[in-house]
Design a binder for this molecule. Sequence first.
Ligand code: FAD
Length: 445
Amino acid sequence: TIKNLDVLINSLEGIETITEPNQVAKLSQDYHTFSPVLVPKLAGKVGDIVVRPANEQEVIKVAAICAEHRVPVTVRGAGTGNYGQCVPLHGGVILDMTKLQEILWVKPGVARVEAGVKLAALDKKAREIGWEMRMAPSTYRTATIGGFIAGGSGGIGSVQYGLLGDRGNLLGLRVVTLETEPRVIELRGDDVQKVNHAWGINGIITQVEIPLGPAYPWAEVIVTFDDFITAAKFGQTLANADGMIKKLVTIFASPIPQYFHPLQPYIPKDTHPAFLIVAEPSLESLPGLVQQYSGQITYQKPAQEAGKGLNLAEFTWNHTTLHARNVDTSLTYLQSIIPADKGLELVADLHHYFGDEVMVHLEFIRVNGVVVPAALQLVRYSTEERLNEIIRYHEAKGVFIANPHTYIIEDGGRKVIDPEQLKFKEIVDPYGLMNPGKSKVLQFS
Ligand code: FAD
């Protein structure tokens, strides 16, 4: 905790701060509450003060003051991250970036924005010239671009463009260093990977340059199947159909859809649905494929109604877990990628082996040119030991698990910190002030 909070507050003069304890506690939280393992581990972890810079100049000032006072800094966007990514482990300053909201420019295929810009705001602006974000998490209405780059992985659009960490999905970044005389460093090309998915410990991102994809009129469709594996095969075939433009191919094993109350009229009991977002020009090719797999189209929303009524995307990716937990708080989840060579056969094995304890939710994504099923399985939680056993079983079968039940970077998706990220960390955060405790190798000095 900060020894001399008053001195710090005085030196921050002119920059918005929040010290009211309830608000500070609220802004020290994220959605790690999806994990029954993380909740007790992160209980009571709060910052001392929230600082809300309005522009890069103010970010530089805060960085300099925090470096001088050796105060830990936890950077925060909208706080929708899932692994306690923006929960401060050693108190200090919560650096709320949501006031940095300028969209600097949008050109065909690329945009440059400040880190606090909401993904939906960027999308709206880009659509004015016929472009949109290549991929967005299901939290795109609230999440910031800085938080997505530092903490997210992919989402709606990843079936076409792959994950955020794939080469080409992030063009440039600007970071402010945590030094007594902070520097502003622009990273481009492969260098962006030094900060991409670094959980906010490799510099404060102030600007992002991100590639865009063509904005289609998107239709939303639900197709139901009597059998889960048939639904999954349909999903794989559609995801593989390069001529059909789509940005979402999601498959749910029954009984997951029972947690989606507003969608009950479209999902008969015991059926296994596919949730799709397909470009309208590709829609005519869909019924043939649905018929081939004996599916039923039960719901279709034309593109002109986008933004009105039900929003299918907000039942997919990790929103599935959100809806399920709204009904039953004993549910939690896993995040995994099924290797291409094992594919749906392995999915079928796991589905039969675990039954209702691990309910399969597939999101098709493109990985190095091949579309594979990723999964955000819903797990009926009993104990931490059992959860670890389930994880180990998946790993032994060759499934890659990005464990969402840890706040330590190396225990999550990354396994080891990229040496380039480590080297960059030493440059941008020489005192180890950026949310210390998040990494095994980068300890609080
Ligand atoms: P935050 O939670 O505020 O921050 C995330 C991380 O980024 C933290 O480590 C923080 O320190 C760091 N950070 C934030 N801003 C900066 C900055 N300016 N500079 C440096 N570091 C920074 N994620 C996906 O990838 N795909 C999904 O589909 C998806 N679905 C979700 C659904 C639900 C219901 C929930 C709760 C979460 C989901 N997530 C998903 C996780 C999360 O919503 C996204 O990753 C989101 O993009 C995070 O943005 P944020 O602004 O809320 O970031």
